[in-house]
Write a protein that binds this ligand. Structure first.
Ligand code: FES
Ligand code: FES
Length: 161
């Protein structure tokens, strides 16, 4: 066991964990931040996406110890403290960008990363970026629409689901 400390959603946290503990386990089991989901064991689904030092990361692909001292952002930190949704979350709601919601935290974290680097992506760029995130409800059209809308672009031309 070793102590691993980091900042998660602006709060300093510290826990004793085994060396093999993954970041996703640290977040979900250690901190009870269960909005970060586990949808596969092959690093394909993206449901576990978080930001580590501002970079999009699948938290099942790194050990918690590798995030020692890092700034980590999870879906729980996206809305305001009073529960007001951020622009992306609101756009997902407005454009029906979710069905069961399982993939949604990962989609939001992934989309946030895209819009930070590319504030006005094309539809093709959004679709390309989402290749690392799987939605088992196949809600991709509306997810793309939501992300385009959150970037302030017209979504009228995007095919309906
Ligand atoms: Fe991490 Fe699926 S749980 S990619
Ligand atoms: Fe169900 Fe995407 S909304 S997995």
């Amino acid at each position: 066991m070793a102590k691993v400390s980091m900042t998660v959603n602006g709060k300093s946290v510290s826990r004793e964990v085994e060396g093999r503990t993954l970041l996703v386990e640290y977040l979900r089991e250690g901190l009870r931040l269960t909005g970060t989901h586990v949808g596969c064991d092959t690093s394909q689904c993206g449901a576990c996406s978080v930001h580590v030092n501002g970079k999009l990361v699948k938290s099942c692909t790194m050990f918690a110890s590798e995030a020692e001292g890092a700034n980590v952002a999870t879906i729980e930190g996206e809305a305001d403290a009073d529960g007001t949704l951020n622009v992306l979350q609101q756009a997902f709601q407005d454009h029906h960008g979710l069905q069961c919601g399982f993939c949604t935290p990962g989609m939001i974290m992934s989309a946030a990363s895209l819009l930070k680097d590319n504030p006005k992506p094309t539809e093709a760029e959004v679709r390309h970026h989402l290749e690392g995130n799987i939605c088992r409800c196949t809600g991709y059209h509306n997810i793309v629409k939501a992300i385009m809308a959150a970037s302030g672009q017209d979504v009228g031309a995007i095919a309906a689901e």
